[in-house]
Design a binder for this molecule. Structure first.
Ligand code: UT7
Length: 324
């Protein structure tokens, strides 16, 4: 008998304002054609002034709880993966905890930039398996629009705002790959690659959040190699081959990265969940947003084997195998 962290449900939330590529041509020297051809992005959602990461996280969290068929009082732990918190402290997660009316349990944030949700799966799974929590609300939420330089065409066209969430609960499994729940997670980082993707500010350095800078071409070169090797490592640990996976739920940074990774691993492109055209890159929110989109439209069903992956600033990257 093995304790597994089983997904009870998912939810997501996107702010109402949709910004098209044509809208961005009014801000920077770009074109719909360039953005679509180089990234696959057509639109992204941007939070209105005054709408905070915690607001997006709360809505996604509420929807995940409703879809899981539980209430906030059933939750032992709230974890929010975000790189764009409302405040330096306290965490977004404690704001969500209060907003949900929770009066017990614990809440904290995880900072692993675009890989935050995959890191969160590992942390939540570990806390469940060691008995610290039984029911965890894991949220990825971002207002990336607040750290963008809207004069920099090389970055401002790529990102969007949003939130996605899942509920994980400890349940007994048989201990083999047929179990529902988290089957394996692999996490990595390499701090030497800081300068390829970072913000030029922070509490301890500039006392500001700073703005995002990225050497896009260099990041791209690392992405397919690192993502593929994380996915391969996770499948190898769990004794699973790409053909066994029902759905690949990747971080949504660039359609060309999704296509390149699928090609490298021999994955059927029809099994790759892509929301990049509508959402852009929502950092830690992108994997749960894609996951919830495919659960909501009926593609992902109970018992399906999912392979999640992400890579982002740090660099951080990782992959997770989850039987839904
Ligand atoms: O989530 C974290 C992980 N992030 C990623 O994985 C992102 C990885 N990188 C990428 O997705 C791609 O590198 C980008 C989409 C960022 C850029 O695509 P690219 O094909 O690598 O373009 P590039 O940076 O090599 O730029 C090609 C040209 C340049 O002009 P020159 O130097 O060839 O004259 C850029 O100045 O495209 C130009 N350019 C643009 N043109 C129109 C860059 N941004 C734009 C733009 N509109 N928005």
């Amino acid at each position: 008998m093995t304790l597994r962290s089983v997904a009870l449900g998912s939810g997501s939330y996107l702010p109402g304002k949709v910004v098209t590529n044509d809208d961005l041509t009014k801000l920077v020297d770009t074109s719909d054609e360039w953005i679509v051809e180089r990234t696959g992005i057509r639109t992204r959602h941007i939070a209105d002034e005054g709408v905070l990461t915690s607001d997006l996280a709360m809505e996604a969290g509420k929807r995940a709880l409703a879809n899981a068929g539980i209430t906030a009082s059933d939750v032992d732990m709230v974890i929010v993966a975000t790189t764009t918190p409302d405040e330096t402290f306290p965490s977004v997660a404690t704001k969500v905890q209060a907003g949900l009316g929770m009066t017990r349990g614990a809440a904290f944030d995880i900072q692993a930039v675009c890989s935050g949700f995959v890191y969160g799966v590992s942390v939540a799974d570990s806390l469940i398996r060691c008995g610290q929590a039984n029911t965890v609300l894991l949220i990825g939420a971002e207002t990336m629009s607040r750290v963008l330089d809207w004069k920099d065409r090389t970055t401002c066209v790529l990102f969007g705002d949003g939130a996605g969430a899942i509920v994980l609960r400890g349940e007994t499994g048989k201990g083999d790959n047929s179990d529902r729940g988290v089957l394996d997670v692999k996490l990595y980082s390499d701090g030497r690659l800081h300068d390829l993707l970072y913000t030029d500010g922070g509490v301890s350095s500039t006392r500001t959040a700073g703005l995002l800078h990225m050497e896009g071409r260099e990041v791209f070169k690392h992405a397919i190699v690192k993502i593929s090797s994380a996915m391969e490592a996770s499948m190898s640990s769990a004794g699973i081959s790409p053909g066994d996976v029902d759905w690949f739920v990747p971080h949504q940074a660039n359609q060309r990265i999704l296509d390149g990774t699928a090609k490298k691993l021999g994955i059927d492109p029809a099994k790759v969940i892509s929301t990049i055209a509508r959402h852009g890159n929502t950092s830690a929110a992108s994997v749960p947003l894609a996951l919830d989109a495919a659960v909501s439209d009926g593609r992902i069903n109970k018992g399906d084997l999912l392979l999640l992956e992400a890579m982002g600033g740090g660099f951080t990257w990782g992959a997770a195998l989850l039987r839904w």
